[in-house]
Design a protein around this ligand. Sequence first.
Ligand SMILES: Cc1cc2nc3c(=O)[nH]c(=O)nc-3n(C[C@H](O)[C@H](O)[C@H](O)COP(=O)(O)OP(=O)(O)OC[C@H]3O[C@@H](n4cnc5c(N)ncnc54)[C@H](O)[C@@H]3O)c2cc1C
Length: 440
Amino acid sequence: MNNSITYTSELKVKYDVDVFVAGGGPAGIAAAVIAARSGRSVYIAEGTGAFGGAATTMLVPAFMQFGNGVDFLAAGIGKEVRDYLSNNVPENFRGYCPDGIPLETLKLCYDKMICDSGAKFSFFTNIIDTVVSDGHIDYVICASKGSNFAVKAKIYIDCTGDGDLSALAGAEFEKGDPLTGEMMAATLCGLWAGIDWTRVSGNDARELERAFKDGVFTNIDRHLSGMWRISKYTGGSNAGHIYDIDGTDADSLTRGMIEGRRQLLEYRRYYRDYLTGFEDMDLAATGFSIGIRETRRILGDYILNIDDFNSRASFLDEIGRYSYPVDIHAGKNTDEGYKKFLSEHNNLRYKRGESYGIPYRSLTVRGFDNLLVAGRCISTDRYMQSSVRVMPGCYITGQAAGAAAAICSAQANPNIRNIDVHELQKILVGFGAFLPNFEK
Ligand SMILES: Cc1cc2nc3c(=O)[nH]c(=O)nc-3n(C[C@H](O)[C@H](O)[C@H](O)COP(=O)(O)OP(=O)(O)OC[C@H]3O[C@@H](n4cnc5c(N)ncnc54)[C@H](O)[C@@H]3O)c2cc1C
C-alpha cells in the first residue's frame, strides 16, 4: 500500500477582496474591523463557531492589563471592547471583576463589531494551504463545512495565534526556546458555577502544600494562576499545567485535552475541600480547546526583544505601546522552572506609567510583500512574546495590521513595505490608538 498520495482539485475563488484576515481572536477582530472601517473589502475566516480566540474557545477567564496605571495603552479597539462589556454585561455580572470575561457578552460584542463593520466572514472555516509565488501570496485555501475554496486578496493578515498562514506560506519562524525548543505549558481552562464569592479569601495556592501531602494531585505543580470571578456565582479557572504540548500538532493537542479534563477533576477536589467559598462549586464547562500560550513566532523585519523591554524602547515606526510583564510559564514541571518563572515575572515588570514601543516592522513578515502578522505570533523574542501575547497587546498589533493593510491594499501595486509610516500612525490615532510619540 502507498503511504502517500498526490491529490489535485479545482477550487472556486469564493472571495476576491482587498484584505484577508486569518483567525478571529482579539488580533483578527481588531484587524478586520479597522480594515473594513477604512473602506476596504475584507473577508475573515475563523475555524471555530465564534470570534474571540482564546477567550471564547479556550475559556481564558480574564483580560490582563489594558493600561499601565496612567495611560490606556490598548486604546482604540481594546477600549471599545472593554466599554461594550462594561455597558452590556447582564445585571448579575456588574461590578464584580472588571477584567473577568463575561463570555457570551464578549461573543455578542465581536459579532456586532464585525457585522457593523461590513466585513464578510465565516465560521467553521480553516486555512489549510496557500499558493505563493516569489514571496507573494496569490491565494489562501480554506476548508469549510460543505466546501473547500480559495480566497484572493491584495493583503493577507495572519492572526491565527499559531502563525498557521505564515508557516503554510513558507515564512521563517522560531518556536519556543531557541536552544531547547521547549514551549510554555498549556492549560485547559474551566467555567465553574456555585461559588460563594462572599467567603472567598484569595491566594488560591495557599493550601496547595497540604493538598500535595494528602495526595490530591498527581503532579506537584506549585504554579496556580487561580480562579477569576466572572459573575455573582461563577468563576473561570486558569489552573493546572499540561507539559510538552505542541499547539500546532493535533495528536499533541488531543493528548492535552484528555490530560486537561483529568487534571480539572483534581482541582475541583482541591477547591471544594481546601478553600472556603468553593464547597458547592461544580464544573460547568471546559474549553473547546486546551489553552495554548506559545507556539510559533513569525520572523519579521524587526524582532522585538528583551533589550527593548529593558530600555522602554521607542521606535520611529511605532504602532503602539504596551506594558505587561514578562510571563513565561515553565515548560517542564520542576522547582527550578517555577523559580525561574517567578523571578522573571517579578523582576521583568514596569512601574506605573512605563511602556515599550512596538514597531510596524515586527508585523511585516520577512520575505513576503503582502503578508502581515498580528497577535500572539508577531516577530519577537521569547521574552517579548510572553508579554505582548495577552489580549490587550493583541488588540494593539491587530488594529495596526488592519490599518496598514487598508493603506497598502489601496495602492496600485500593494506592498507592505511601501507605506508612509506617519500616515499609518495618523490613521491609528484617528481610530483612538495610544501613540504618545506621534507628531502631527
Ligand atoms: C491558559 C491561558 C491563559 C491566558 N490568560 C490570559 C489572561 O488572563 N489575560 C489575557 O489577556 N490573556 C491571556 N492569555 C493569552 C491570550 O488569551 C492569547 O495569547 C490571545 O488570545 C492571543 O490572541 P490572538 O488573536 O493572537 O490569537 P487567538 O486568541 O488564539 O485567536 C486565534 C484565532 O484564530 C483561529 N485559528 C487558528 N488557526 C486557524 C486556522 N488554521 N484556520 C482558521 N482559524 C484559525 C482560532 O480558532 C482563534 O479563534 C492566556 C492564554 C492561555 C492559553
